[in-house]
Design a protein around this ligand. Sequence first.
Ligand code: ADP
Ligand code: GLC
Length: 483
Amino acid sequence: MKVLSVASEFYPLVKTGGLADVVGALPGALKGQDIEMRPFLPGYRAVMAAAEGGPALLKLADLFGGPAWIRSGKSGEISLLILDAPHLYDRPGNPYLGPDGLDWPDNAQRFAALAAAAAMVARGAVAGLRPDIIHAHDWQAGLVAAYLHYQDGARPGVVMTVHNIAYQGQFSAELLAMLGLPPESLSIDGIAHHGQIGYLKAGLQLADRVTTVSPGYAAELLSAEFGMGFEGLFRARAGIMSGILNGIDEEIWNPATDPQLAASFDAKHLRGRARNKAAVQERMGLKQDQSALLFGIVSRLVWQKGIDLMLASVPSLLACGAQLAVLGTGEPAIEAALRDAAARHSGRIGCVIGFDEGLSHLMQAGVDALLVPSRFEPCGLTQLYALRYGAIPVVARVGGLADTVIDANPMALAAGVATGVQFSNPDEAMLQAAIRRTAGLWQHKPAWRQMQRNAMASDVSWHEPARQYAALYRSLQLARALI
Ligand code: ADP
Ligand code: GLC
């Protein structure tokens, strides 16, 4: 079975968050299920430079204002399709933002182009590459479902995955003519969303199946608190919706072989962690102290991630004798507040503002506990990397965080199954209580070691998620064959 995966990020070529990791790992994970997944992504400058470019398979004379080519490409073992459209993508840096830190003004065109070109491939425009299923990720790929719905011709089934409902891709209704979609598409049953064009809305409304990245988030999306205006749509479509947990790439994230670490280790030989802890302390300007409980954060610095709650909890953390190391990039105000906290508590709090893949690995290997105080979290990958690296995850009890961490409550400790610490209602008081509880656990080294061993034995692989995606694709293909 052939699946075309359409997304705006792909690890290792272009990454701002977990979407890239998931899109990058799925093709390898699905091979074992006899599924040939081909990612289709925009030819940003970095992608054109890094992907082993292949020949043009199709030329489009005019795709939203300029010529474009669909090219084959390769990243490691994975065969790609790349939309080479220099007028839309030949730009430096972040895939969504210009040098001023604002969205590119033509993002509506940039991602409509991705969807329109994907729809052509879906209908067999590239010889030999007609997919059985289209798997669209997030708002950037949402219009694929619309192009397939409103234009004539046989089409494959469409699966739409929402990785984060906060990013909806809303644009002015005046752009409808530019999109090349018919006037009737701008309706409540189509792409209209609160008087605008909604790219994610289009995908959620018109796809054959909707998934999100954890069962917990799938349930939360039905509520006004988490649905962010889409709860009604999700309730209406609950019958075709499911949550499939993300996995992690266990080759890239393997503490026994990871080249980014100061020392390798595994569940039986945890001693190497001490050298990684020392390396993190050095890199973050923290006092060299193996006995201090070292908390870490690796995160986009946005409201979702609750970093402000962490900043408000600094006094409690310091009162426990702990240290804090933060790696992140995002909103300037949060970046400034972190720098300020590091300056005021030099040696106890350290931060690196920026995106640093190598350091993110070292952090997982060196911190004692990884904090994820998110207000909402569709799945979350950093707590999965933490589990694998024996960093105890301390997480808000939301979405995928709730689904993946077993809280060290008295029963779980007695049963010897705890893998981390959870706290409810992400707010300052709850986070502070969780920090104190973690510090208490840190005092009992045998119990801590047991938690580390449990964490490292957690199944965070793609094995079961890949099986579930494969089953979903197959059942959709069967359902469409019966139409
Ligand atoms: P989200 O997709 O919401 O950002 P996830 O936890 O799913 O959250 O994925 C985040 C991914 O981005 C992880 O691979 C994490 O290691 C990585 N990451 C986040 N911030 C940074 C950073 N500043 N430097 C390096 N990697 C980062
Ligand atoms: C989103 C979510 C995150 C999830 C990631 C990959 O960015 O915020 O929770 O892990 O997508 O699915």
